[in-house]
Every structure is written in C-alpha cells, then in structure tokens.
Design a protein around this ligand. Structure first.
Ligand SMILES: [Zn+2]
Ligand SMILES: [Zn+2]
Length: 897
C-alpha cells in the first residue's frame, strides 16, 4: 500500500474493487460499476443511463415532496428497529451522550464510540451483543452555524449504529451488510432500485490508526448512509489487516426520517410538533412556498460562516427571492429551525450530566443556549423554551426512557443562563463596539479570548456590528475552532516524563491490593534514586491518591509511580542496588491509613453530592493526601452553605448508619450494565476488566460503585470516623471544589479547632467550655468601656480647649500648639476652640507631627493655607505638609521630606 491518505487508499482499493467493493447483491440485482463524470469516483448502479454518482454536490434534492408525510420520530424508529431485529440484530439501549468511558472525547460523536475502549493508546472493541443496532444520540458542534440553515445539520442527532464485530469469527461482512442496506432502502424507505447508487470510498480515523473501504448509499441527491468496513490498522509505520474486522454502519436517523417524510428540511421532519408550537406561540407565519425555492438549493452550498453572507445573497438573487422577504421570512425560519435542535442538545447533555459552562464540553452547551437567546431577541420570538423541551422529551421517551428525569433542573439552568447572559451582554456590547469601531481584525484567537473571558459568541459580534451598520470579517471556522478547540485538549492529561527506561521490564507484582505493608523483593533495575522491584507493597500515585511512603533497606521512599505496570520507587537519597539483590520494603502504615480514609471518604462525598444535588453532580476530579482531600463537583451554580452542610451530613449519615466497602473485579460491560456509567466518576481507568469498589449500607443497599484502582478501608470501615468539609470554592465555571478531612486527619482537625477556641478563650479571659457566651459578654463589656472612654475623651477635649483659650498664646488670631494626642483628639480640641471663639484659627500638632488646622467662621483665614505656611515653623526648615483640606479644615502629616 502506498502513502496513507484517503485519495491514494481509494485508488488502491478501487484498483482491487473485486476484493474491496463488489458484493453478491450487485451481481444478483444487476448493478454495474461506473465512473462518475463529475468527481471521478467509482460507483455502482442498476440504471445503465446514469452518469453521476449521486453526490448532493452534483444534483439537487429530488426526494422533497409537495405533500410530505408526517411520521413520528419514535414511530419511525420502531419500524427501523424491527427491520433489524427481524434480521438477527439485538437492539440495545443508547449510551449516554457524555463519553464517560473514553476520556479523550467529551461527547459521543459517533455510535461506534459506544464500543471503543482505549487501553495503552489503542482502541479495543468491547460489546455484549453481536450483531446489534443502537439508537445512539451523538453531539457534534463543528457545524453550529449551519444548523437551521443547511436544512440537514444538527448538533444532536441519532446515529443508529448497525454493527457487526469481529469478522471472520463472528458477525458478518460486506455481502450481508449491503444486502441489508438494499432491503432497508427499498423496503423501509420504498426507494426504487434504479434510484440507489453505491459509491466506492475510504473511511479512516484521523491518524489512520484504523481504516477500511466503505460504500456510501445515495438516492435523490442525498447521502443516506455510509457502510464502513474497518479492516486495517496502521501502527509503527506498518499497515496490518485487523484480526477482528468491524462492520460499522452509522445510520443518520434524522436524515432517514427526512428522506422518508420528504419535507423541505430535515427539521420539519424531526421537529414538526416543536415547530408548530413555536410558530403559533410566536405568531410567526412560515412561508413554505417561499422556502421551497431555497430548500433544495440550500444543500448545494455550505454556509459555514456569517462572512459567507455574500454567497447567501448571491444565492437568493439567483433564486429570485427578494432581499426583504429573505430577511423577514427565511432568516427567522432558519432561526426557528435551529431552536428545537439546540434545545434537544441541552436536554440530552444535561440529562447525562453535562452543564453549560466556560470549560470542557459545557462550553458547547452554553453557546447553544446563547444562540437561542439571541434568536429569540433578534426575531422577537415569544415562546416557552421549556414547552419545546417537554414536547421533545415526550416524543423521545419511548426510545430514551430516562430522558424526562432532569426536566426541572433544565428549567432552572435555562433561567440561570439567561440571567448570566443578560448580565454579560451590556459589557460585551461595549467591548465589541470598541473593537469594530477601531477596525481591529477579528482573529480566531481574539474570538476565543472574547468567548472565554466575556462569553461573547461570534454571532453576537456579528449582530452588534450589523446593528451599527458595520461590516466585519470573520475568520473561517470561527465556531468550530471555539467549540472543538478546548474540549479535547482540556481533557487530555499531560503524561509526565520519567527518566527511567522501563522497556523490557515485566510489570511489578502489586502487593498493595492485598494490603501488604512489608515485603522482601528482588531488585530489577536501579538508577540514581529510582528503583524497580519484582514485587512491591508500595501503592503508586494514581486515581488522585498520593503514593505510599516508607523505606527500602532503610532508605526513605518519597514517591512511587507506575509506568505501564512497572512500579518505580523514588528514594530520598540516590543509592545503587545490584540487579537481583534482595531488599526489604516497609510501608508507612500511618500514612497509608490516612490516604485510604480520604479515598473512601471521597467516594462517600461524591455519592452524597449526587444524592443532594442530582445526578448531574458528577465528580470531575479528586485528590487524596495525608492531611486532607478534595473533590471537584459539577453543579450549575455556586454551592451554598446549606447544600454543603447537607452533603456533609449525608456523607456522615452513611458512616453513622454503617458502611461496608468491598471490591470486585468484573468485565467492563458487566460492570457498565450492572451499575451504569456513573462508575466512571472522575478517575475511571479503562481496561477490559475493571476493579469495582462498592460501598453498601449494612442492609446491602448500594451507596456508591466506582471503577477505581485506589486503596480503600475494606474491613477497616471504622477508620473513616467522620468527614468534615473544611472549605469550598469554585475552581471553574460549573465546578466547585470541596476540601475535607476524614479519619485521623478529621480527629486532628477537630482537635485543632478545639485548641483554637481554647486559645481565644484564654486571650479573652473566659471559660473555654462556654467560650461563645464568654466572648459575647466580653464584647458587651468592651462596648461599654468604649462608650465610657468616648465620654471621657469628650470632657478632656473640652478641658484642654478651655485651657488653650485661657492661655491666650496666639499670634494674629492663630493658636499654634503642640499637644500629644492623636489626630482625632486634636481635631476635637480645635473644633471646641473655634466654636467658642469664631474669630480664631487653631493649628494643633503632636510629637509625630500629625497636624490639624481649623479656622473659625469669622477668622478670615484658610486652614489649608495656614497649615502649609506654618509647616516649616513647626517641624523645621524644609518641612512640608503631606495632606490638605479646605479653608475650614485641613490636616495631614508634616515631614522633612
Ligand atoms: Zn460523483
Ligand atoms: Zn476512587
């Protein structure tokens, strides 16, 4: 095989088409192989006069009907699923849209992802039915601006995955796939044989790690489905045939329903009730006659960005549509088409625990909501978003039975997001206006910054610019960059570089799962302060749990890490051990018990958070140290005191009522089926067999089950003692961190609190056992003393001022006097003097040269000027006043500098 790119692979496969593309069906149904006059691809057709492959770029849609059919989403699914069931497929339930089992992707973007588990950088397929069909809801955000416009793009869509695994041992291959495909197209969709074409193409993962030939089915100008035959893998510069080949047919269900209905757009077929409701509530009259003129042609352009507005305008000119009608009818129709799509994505996303935020996948959800808010405002659409979501949930419930469980939360989230958006908008408008008026170019980086720090969407910038009649250039793919950029890279964890080469060393035997604290082990490799043994009782850092410490042959172990199963011990001091040497390992059990208590407590706090806040309160991260631990919890608003207290109480109630921690290894799909995807809280380690840590109450009711490689207080449950949440703060938008202590650390923390109270009591001179009341009494006493003191100060100031007046030491009606009181007292005395004798002015200062000047109302002198003039006289040559004031009163410090 030549260089790996799609073009050359397609050439190679097509050259050998009998091996890669032909099927029995083509022969029996009389399909011949032709080459497309327009694009040069090879295709199969039973229509001998056909010259084009059927790609939508060569021909307009011809499946759109004057009188479209109205078939419900769930009803059509029933028909579709029963066809595959009849043909030997098991129909399995959809997986969540949030990809908890594959940490490199935030959302599920294709149905096949359900069965992909990444282990050591390679994709393994795992499945519990074969062949199967799954109604997998997927989310893609790279085409957001096309949604509502192109007539066919969605942010959430069902990929009905028809999958057969592991051919040739099980499953089926091309003949059966195309046979079923042909039966489905002619049977379910009623397409005439001569109107179907199959185009030879290639499917590949982005990095060509897996690829294979595919046959795309076209009819009526629409690509209906792509049947992929994943047959090859590419690794370390070599292409190999896969041992287990996979048939992967991702039926885009929205598209099928559209084709079947023959409506102008896919949205009319998928969201008929939602659209009826919005039209009637908003009092908007869609003009389908007008839209018909653009509907077919919309497929021929890909309006990727606002800046392609010109292309859009050219198109409407070509179609003879008036600009006013375009702006007042077609544009709002396109917005209304996008709304049910966006809200359905919110429905699925939130139901599976994704929340709108500025980070991760939540980013995408927030953009969708803000687009809906913008549409509502721009086109003045009045309708209830929750009503749209309710219609959707009702329609989807037969396929997704849990889809209506989070509706109340969604209502709360929409209101919160609306308020947040309104609050940021006025600030955003100023920023955008400033930018466009300066004529600054809108770069991708700038868009990202504007979005991340101000929540300003590209749409919003466009709208503000338009409002002001300004033209701005948007970069290509503005949305895809914003939306695709962060959520993948943000999730990818940086792998730490460890200087020790462990290749060729077999994985270390793990003794810590048996809770060993001691071993005599044999040295495998020693380099600097790094040491590898044949077996080790030391738990290596992982799953947020810090490493065990202890000693090896008396040398302190300060860190332990695992690299592909090989455990590396980091010693405090470099020491060389000979290969084969026997060494004695001793684990610091005090530390380990503390780490275990914090780990088990983390699972309890996580379970408590879900119980208190709802199932969206996903654990997004955790750390378990010796003295404290933390857990990061997803929630759509900042946790308040009450919620935090309730989480703490719930977690402690688990403990008080009795818990039992157990561990079981099981097959992944068994664990996923038994406990659901919530086993992947925070730190699921994907591997074929999972270590499931289960916490039950004493009656055996499940509290929490997680795939977890950490150490827990199994059989030592009482060590957990108590959990105390000690602080909370927001680490990202949408994620709160709870810091807590458990076990011995909690006992110490509480003892520390007690000590602090004792100290306060001692300082206050009250009884520590009754410190609250004691300190209260003290404060009352102090308040009384302060009042007395102020009264005394007042009498004193009166006495001093009278003395001053009596002394009569003045020049030109100005008294200048040094008095050692603070500035407040000086002000009081001076005020008393000028109130008694209004023709006087007074300057008073103390030994640190704080000075106050006040002029009597009849003195005719300016206090500020007086103070400046006399600064040198008071403090010596060159002295200046730092301060100032008015003619009536001035004060400050006189200094030599
Ligand atoms: Zn073609
Ligand atoms: Zn854990």
């Amino acid at each position: 095989m030549s260089v790996l790119n799609k073009e050359s692979l397609r050439r190679d496969f097509s050259k050998d088409y009998k091996k890669y593309y032909s099927t029995k069906l083509f022969e029996s149904e009389g399909f011949e192989r032709k080459r497309c006059k327009a694009c040069g691809k090879y295709f199969w057709t039973s229509d001998s006069s056909r010259e084009l492959c059927g790609d939508p770029s060569h021909e307009p849609y011809s499946f759109i009907k004057a009188n479209p059919k109205r078939v419900g989403y769930a009803d059509f699914w029933k028909v579709f699923a029963s066809f595959f069931k009849k043909n030997g497929h098991e129909i399995i339930e959809s997986y969540p849209v949030v990809s908890r089992w594959r940490q490199d992707l935030y959302f599920v973007i294709a149905g096949i992802q359900d069965f992909q588990r990444i282990e050591n950088g390679r994709i393994n397929f795992e499945y519990n039915a074969n062949p199967l069909l799954v109604p997998q809801m997927c989310m893609r955000f790279s085409d957001v601006p096309n949604v509502g416009v192109s007539g066919r793009h969605f942010t959430s869509f069902m990929m009905a995955n028809q999958t057969a695994f592991n051919y040739p041992k099980e499953g089926y291959w091309r003949d059966r796939t195309i046979e079923l495909n042909f039966k489905a197209l002619t049977g379910i969709l009623g397409i005439k044989k001569e109107n179907i074409t199959y185009v030879e193409d290639v499917w590949a993962m982005g990095d060509f790690s897996e690829f294979g030939p595919c046959l795309e089915s076209f009819s009526g100008g629409l690509e209906i489905v792509n049947s992929v035959f994943t047959q090859f893998e590419y690794a370390q510069g070599k292409v190999n045939e896969l041992k287990g080949k996979v048939v992967d047919v991702g039926w885009g269900f929205e598209r099928l329903l559209w084709f079947n209905s023959g409506t102008q757009t896919a949205y009319d077929a998928v969201f008929p009730k939602e659209l009826d409701y919005i039209y009637s509530s908003a009092g908007f009259k869609p003009d389908h006659g007008l839209y018909a003129r653009i509907a077919g042609a919309a497929g021929t352009i890909d309006i990727a960005e606002e800046r392609k507005g010109n292309e859009e305008l050219k198109l409407i000119e070509r179609l003879g549509i008036e600009k006013a009608k375009y702006l007042n009818i077609i544009k709002p129709m396109q917005a209304i088409y996008a709304i049910p799509d966006h809200l359905r994505s919110i429905l699925f996303g939130v139901s599976d625990g994704a929340l709108p935020s500025n980070v991760g996948g939540g980013y995408n959800l927030r953009i969708l909501l803000r687009r809906v808010f913008d549409f509502v405002e721009r086109y003045n659409l009045s309708f209830d978003m929750m009503k749209v979501i309710e219609i959707e949930a009702k329609e989807l419930k037969p396929i997704y039975p849990e889809i209506d469980e989070s509706i109340d939360e969604i209502g709360e989230i929409i209101e919160l997001e609306r308020n947040r958006y309104n609050n940021t908008k006025s600030a955003a408008r100023r920023i955008v206006l400033d930018m466009v008026s300066k004529g600054e170019p809108v770069t991708k980086d700038k868009l990202k910054v504007l979005y991340e720090s101000n929540g300003i969407t590209p749409d919003f910038i466009g709208a503000v610019a338009k409002e002001k009649g300004m033209q701005i250039e948007m970069p290509e793919d503005a949305y895809s960059d914003i939306m695709a950029g962060d959520f993948v890279s943000g999730r990818r964890k940086k792998t730490e570089e460890i200087a020790l080469n462990v290749s060729g060393i077999s994985p270390t035997k793990k003794l810590y799962y048996e809770f060993a604290d001691h071993s005599i082990s044999t040295v495998q490799k020693s380099e600097g302060n790094m040491l590898v043994l044949d077996k080790s009782p030391f738990y290596p850092e992982g799953g947020g749990q810090e490493a065990d410490h202890g000693t090896i042959d008396g040398v302190q172990v300060i860190d332990v890490k695992s690299v592909s199963g090989v455990i590396i011990h980091f010693l405090k001091k470099a020491k060389h051990f000979k290969k084969g040497e026997r060494v004695e390992c001793k684990v610091d059990m005090e530390r380990r018990l503390r780490l275990m208590a914090h780990h088990t407590a983390t699972h309890l706090v996580s379970a408590a958070a879900r119980k208190v806040l709802g199932k969206h309160a996903w654990q997004e991260g955790a750390h378990k140290g010796e003295d404290k631990a933390h857990i990061d919890i997803a929630h759509y608003e900042r946790l308040n005191e009450e919620q935090i207290k309730e989480i703490e109480n719930t977690a402690n109630n688990f403990i008080v009522n009795g818990i039992k921690v157990s561990m079981e290894e099981m097959e992944r799909h068994e664990a996923e089926t038994k406990f659901g995807f919530s086993i992947y809280q925070g730190h699921g380690v994907p591997s074929g067999r999972l270590r499931i840590v289960e916490i039950d109450d004493t009656r055996g009711n499940l509290i929490d089950a997680e795939a977890c490689g950490g150490l827990h207080l199994m059989g030592m449950e009482s060590n957990i003692g108590i959990i105390k949440i000690i602080s909370s703060y927001r680490i990202h938008d949408g994620i709160d961190r709870l810091e807590f202590v458990a076990g011995k650390a909690a006992v110490e923390y509480i003892a520390g609190l007690e000590e602090r109270i004792r100290r306060i009591a001692e300082l206050a001179g009250v009884d520590a056992n009754n410190a609250g009341k004691g300190v209260e009494d003290k404060i009352a006493e102090l308040r009384e003393l302060k009042e007395k003191y102020e009264k005394l100060e007042e009498s004193l100031s009166v006495a001093v001022s009278e003395n001053l007046l009596a002394s009569n030491e003045m020049q030109d009606g100005v008294i200048i006097q040094m008095l050692d009181y603070d500035r407040k007292m000086l002000r009081r005395i001076a005020t008393n003097v000028v109130e008694k004798k209004r023709s006087l002015a007074v300057i008073l200062y103390n030994s640190s040269y704080d000075a106050v000047a006040i002029s009597g109302t009849e003195s005719g002198k300016s206090a500020a000027a007086l103070l400046n003039e006399n600064a040198a006289k008071i403090a010596g040559k060159g002295a200046r006043l730092k301060g100032g004031g008015s003619d009536r009163i001035a004060e400050g410090k006189i200094s030599l500098q």
